[in-house]
Design a protein around this ligand. Structure first.
Ligand code: HEM
Length: 201
């Protein structure tokens, strides 16, 4: 179950990113449709498997953290249904809104890893109880992984349509800050987690 969970996640992360490339959508709508259906199927399967693992096998963290991960899984399933329904009704603007919410919710676990490893690299285990993997930092990063991206997507959509320069500047600066945190986190997770896992295979 764990191996399937991780391998499918890799396929989904690459497939999902291809959905967001406008050139692929306009030139290859058939690829977008079928790759999109695979993404939706995988995202819903992985979310249901993840919710099963939390409820049946248990995992690190406390009830609040489990609740936030299950919330993320719920958003994936709801957004999948609404994104596909909107595309079938040719309401592409609504499809785009729900598809982006789906993409962000489906990548919540990836955002969590990138942020927690960025934190470890800069602040060590400050605010983290490493035995139970709970603490204020873990809770804050869970909220930043499963709730904040959905709110930032709303801010970006608002900033896209406003003439208010301050809002545009704040939103653009926020996106740059997020990109820097993710790059630091990627360096940390590869160094501490993924590269050792690969070389020790
Ligand atoms: C992760 C993100 C996305 C996923 C998973 C996704 C998924 C899908 C799926 C499953 C369909 C086919 C629906 C059906 O007939 O069964 C579809 C169609 C479509 N999507 Fe997306 N989509 C995503 C992002 C986007 C974005 C950002 C746009 C931009 C506007 C977009 C535009 C379209 C269009 C125009 C169609 C109709 C294609 C056609 O049938 O000619 N999608 N998408």
């Amino acid at each position: 179950m764990y191996a399937a969970h991780v391998l499918l996640a890799i396929v989904m992360i690459i497939g999902g990113s291809l959905q967001l490339i406008p050139a692929i959508r306009t030139k290859h709508p058939r690829f977008h449709r079928y790759n999109g259906r695979i993404f939706v199927l995988l995202a819903c399967t992985i979310s249901m498997a993840g919710i099963y693992l939390i409820l049946a096998r248990g995992t690190v963290g406390n009830t609040l953290m489990h609740g936030l991960t299950i919330f993320g899984g719920g958003v994936v399933i709801l957004s999948s249904l609404l994104a596909v329904t909107a595309a079938r009704k040719r309401n592409i603007a609504l499809h785009k809104i729900w598809a982006i919410r789906l993409y962000l919710a489906a990548n919540g676990v990836l955002f969590f890893r990138l942020m927690i490893f960025a934190w470890f690299l800069i602040f060590g285990t400050l605010g983290v109880d490493t035995t139970t993997f709970t603490g204020p930092t873990v809770l804050a990063i869970s909220i930043c992984s499963y709730v904040l991206p959905l709110l930032i997507a709303e801010l970006v959509r608002y900033a896209e349509n406003t003439t208010n320069k301050v809002i545009t500047l704040i939103t653009a600066s926020l996106m740059v800050l997020i990109a820097i945190v993710f790059l630091v986190g990627l360096f940390g997770v590869v160094l501490a987690n993924w590269f050792p896992a690969i070389v020790n295979l």
